[in-house]
Write a protein that binds this ligand. Structure first.
Ligand code: ADP
Length: 391
C-alpha cells in the first residue's frame, strides 16, 4: 500500500490541448479518492499519468515515495480497472484471475527450460511460485464471493459477476494502489448502485489506496473519502463529500455537486432597514444572522445567491428559522415517491427547483409562496465561477 503524490503535474497533448494543468494532490496511504468532473475536465488523463499510460509533460508523480515519471506501467506496482473490462473469453475465471501473475513468473519452465531441467532448487522455486499464485487467486475469489464461478467462462457470467472478476484481476496482484477509470458506466442503474457499495466494502476490507475516476457526482460522493472536483484540467476543490456539498469553494463546484442542482439567483446585496438583504428585482430575501456578519462588506455589490432544492419549501412550516418568502409559479411537478421535485419560475428566474415532501399538494400553474431556508444559503462572487464569499 502506498501514498500517491502529484506535484504540479501537467499534460499537454500534441496539438496543444492542456488536459491537466498544474495539479497537486496528496493521496494518503489507504485513502479512497475520487476524481470527478464534467467530460473533458482531464480526470482520465490524470489517472492515466499515474498509471504510466500517458507521459507527463511537467511535474512529478511519486508512488510510495518513488518518482515514477519515467517508470513503465508494469513496474509501477499499481492495478487498473477500466470501463471496458475485457476478460479473456477463452479462459475461465480462475485463469483470467491468475493471468497477470503467470506472465510475471520468475521460475517457470519456459523462462529457463535448462534451469528447470538441471536444478532441483529451480523446480522447487517454480512449485512455490505456483502455490503462491493459487493462494492469491483463492484469497481474491473468497473476498469477492466468486469462488463458485472459478471454472466458468466470461460468457457464462452476468454483467455484475464479470465486473467482479475484472476487479479481482486487479486485486490478485496485491498492488500498491488501485486505479479505477469509470468502471461502472457500462452497467445498468440498479447494478451500478450494487457494485458501488461492493467496491466501497472491498476497500474497507483490503484498504488499498484507491483512485477512482467518474463523471457521476453521486458515485463520487458515495464512494470517496475525499472528492476531487476538476474543471478544465484544474482542481477546483479536494475535500470530504460533506465539505464539497456544504462548503463548495465556488459556484462551479456548488452547481456540479448535488441533484437536482443548486438554484442560483443573480442579484446584489443591499441594506434594507438595517437588514442585510439579497435583492433581485422584486425578490428580496433577508440574510440569516450567520451570513450577515461575514457578508456586510459586499453591500452594493453584485453577488450570486445559491439555494439547494431542499432549502426551498412550498410549506412555510417546513422551512428553518430564518425564513424568507417569494412568490413563484409552479410549471411542473415530478413525483419521486418519497418526495416531489417542483419546477417553478419567477419573472426573473425561469428555472427554480424545490424538493418538497411528497404529501405537499401542489398544482401546476398555481402561484405559491416559496419559503427559503436562508440559514442554508450560499453566496458567490458574480460570474459563472465566482468564489464562495462566506468561506
Ligand atoms: P475526462 O476524462 O475528464 O473526460 P480527458 O482526460 O479524457 O477528460 O481529456 C481531457 C482533455 O484532453 C479533453 O479536452 C480531451 O479532448 C483531450 N484529450 C484527451 N486525450 C487526448 C489525446 N490522446 N490527444 C489529444 N487530446 C486529448
Amino acid at each position: 500500500m502506498a501514498q500517491v503524490l502529484l506535484e504540479d503535474v501537467s499534460k499537454v497533448y500534441p496539438g496543444g490541448v492542456r488536459a491537466v494543468n498544474g495539479v497537486s494532490l496528496n493521496i494518503e496511504d489507504r485513502e479512497f479518492v475520487v476524481l470527478v468532473g464534467p467530460s473533458g475536465c482531464g480526470k482520465s488523463t490524470a489517472l492515466r499519468m499515474i498509471a504510466g499510460l500517458e507521459e507527463i509533460s511537467a511535474g512529478t508523480i511519486r508512488i510510495a515515495g518513488r518518482v515514477v515519471n519515467d517508470i513503465a506501467p508494469k513496474d509501477r506496482d499499481i492495478a487498473m480497472v477500466f470501463q471496458n473490462y475485457a476478460l479473456y473469453p477463452h479462459m475461465n475465471v480462475s485463469q483470467n484471475l491468475s493471468f497477470s501473475l503467470r506472465l510475471r513468473r520468475k521460475f517457470g519452465f519456459w523462462r529457463n527450460p535448462l534451469g528447470w531441467m538441471g536444478s532441483g532448487e529451480y523446480r522447487q522455486r517454480s512449485v512455490e511460485e505456483w502455490q503462491e499464485i493459487g493462494r492469491r487467486v483463492a484469497d481474491t475469489a473468497r473476498v469477492l464471493g466468486i469462488e463458485h464461478l472459478l471454472a466458468r467462462r466470461p460468457r457464462e457470467l452476468s454483467g455484475g459477476q464479470r465486473q467482479r472478476v475484472a476487479v479481482g484481476r486487479a486485486m490478485v496482484r496485491e498492488p500498491k494502489a488501485f486505479l479505477f477509470d469509470e468502471p461502472l458506466s457500462n452497467l445498468d442503474a440498479k447494478l451500478r448502485v450494487e457494485m458501488r457499495a461492493e467496491i466501497k466494502r472491498l476497500h474497507r476490507q483490503v484498504q488499498t489506496t484507491t483512485i477512482y475516476v467518474t463523471h457521476d457526482q453521486e458515485e463520487a460522493m458515495t464512494l470517496g473519502d475525499r472528492v476531487v472536483v476538476m474543471k478544465d484540467g484544474v482542481i477546483q476543490q479536494a475535500a470530504s463529500p460533506f465539505d464539497v456539498y456544504e462548503r463548495p469553494v465556488n459556484r462551479f463546484v456548488a452547481g456540479f455537486v448535488g441533484t437536482p442542482p443548486m438554484n442560483f439567483f443573480e442579484g446584489r446585496l443591499i441594506d434594507s432597514g438595517g437588514l442585510l438583504t439579497f435583492e433581485d428585482g422584486d425578490l428580496r430575501l433577508a440574510l440569516a444572522m450567520e451570513h450577515a456578519g461575514r457578508l456586510g462588506r459586499y453591500i452594493g455589490q453584485n453577488v450570486v445567491l445559491g439555494l439547494r432544492p431542499e432549502s426551498l419549501h412550498a410549506d412555510p412550516a417546513a422551512a428553518g428559522a430564518a425564513k424568507a418568502m417569494f412568490r413563484a409559479r409552479i410549471v411542473l411537478t415530478e413525483p419521486l415517491g418519497d418526495r416531489t421535485d417542483v419546477h417553478a419560475q419567477t419573472e426573473r428566474n425561469p428555472h427554480i427547483i424545490c424538493r418538497v415532501d411528497a404529501r405537499t399538494r401542489l398544482r401546476e400553474q398555481e402561484v405559491v409562496e416559496i419559503c427559503a431556508d436562508m440559514t442554508r444559503a450560499h453566496f458567490f462572487a458574480a460570474g459563472a465561477e465566482g468564489a464562495n464569499l462566506a468561506l
